[in-house]
Design a protein around this ligand. Structure first.
Ligand code: NDP
Ligand code: 8X3
Length: 248
């Protein structure tokens, strides 16, 4: 039985990944800060299939302690899903909160590279699949997306560079780049504004966490000679608009 480590498995895409991988016969190391959510996953899916690791991805000491305490059955990792991440705020750069920018960079970039760096020796050993959650925001700028889009562009380019470095090791790396997925993402981005979140997704028929989990599982289930480099997906009701023009 293979083992996947999913960061940010307490909600949204990560939680859906935990369910999808267990359903497909994998063991899941599920991480996040909200212990009660991870306990509920263990209760639902079984302690033999899900191991909870409670830590803030920015806290390397707590992370290392949780990973050092992995039970033997979960100790060899065949797939790493770097999913934990967030956007904070939609303000234009000139009005944005610098602390929000730093939190996004620490969570989406610094923690992702640190965990990847820590696990790389064993990921090479197991010829693992690394799936990184980027975003359409990596490629298409939008007003108020500033640092969030920057972090996701980093994730995409880091994924491609990692692939290059890992040439010949058998390790595969994929950047997944979704558009609108209805999760707790907008609730977090707006500081807990449920109405703003509901309004954003109303009538859109957005992607779901389960849609993305299906894609992540498909990527991880390809035969060993197939690498999906990058995969961008959107709800049908989301598409592109033109440039904005400011007039004097
Ligand atoms: P959710 O807010 O629903 O889930 C985010 C997950 O990340 C939670 O499990 C949360 O766990 C975890 N997380 C956030 N910060 C930390 C932290 N400091 N330490 C540990 N875990 C953390 O959002 P999504 O499921 O939508 O987002 C998952 C990923 O997908 C993100 O990287 C996001 O950027 C990306 N994405 C989302 C899109 C969308 O439209 N929803 C589109 C494109 C990409 P906890 O709070 O319990 O710690
Ligand atoms: C989240 C997608 O379009 O809200 O990564 O930036 S978007």
């Amino acid at each position: 039985m293979k083992t996947v480590l999913v960061t940010g498995a307490t909600a949204g895409i990560g939680e859906a990944c935990a369910r999808a991988f267990v359903e497909a016969g994998w063991r899941v190391i599920a991480t996040g800060r909200r212990a009660e959510r991870l306990d509920a996953l263990v209760e639902e899916l079984g302690a033999d299939r899900v191991h909870p690791c409670v830590f803030d991805v920015r806290d390397e000491t707590a992370r290392d302690a949780a990973l050092a305490a992995l039970p033997a059955a979960f100790s060899s990792i065949d797939c790493l899903v770097n999913n934990a991440g967030l956007a904070l705020g939609t303000a234009r750069a000139q009005d944005a909160d610098l602390d929000d920018w730093k939190t996004m960079i620490e969570t989406n970039v610094t923690s992702l590279i640190a965990l990847t760096h820590k696990l790389l020796p064993q990921l090479i050993e197991s010829k693992a699949v690394i799936v990184n959650l980027s975003s359409v925001a990596a490629t298409y700028p939008y007003t108020g997306g500033n640092v969030y889009g920057g972090t996701k562009a980093f994730v995409r380019q880091f994924s491609l560079g990692l692939r290059s470095d890992l040439s010949g090791t058998g390790v595969r790396v994929t950047s997944i780049e979704p558009g609108m997925v209805e999760t707790e993402f907008t609730l977090v981005r707006t500081g807990g504004d449920q109405t703003a979140s509901d309004t954003l997704y109303a009538g859109v028929n957005p992607l779901t966490g389960a849609d993305i989990a299906d894609v992540v599982l498909w990527v991880a289930s390809q035969p060993p000679h197939v690498n999906i480099n990058a995969l961008e997906l959107m709800p049908v009701n989301q598409s592109f608009a033109g440039f904005q023009v400011a007039r004097d």
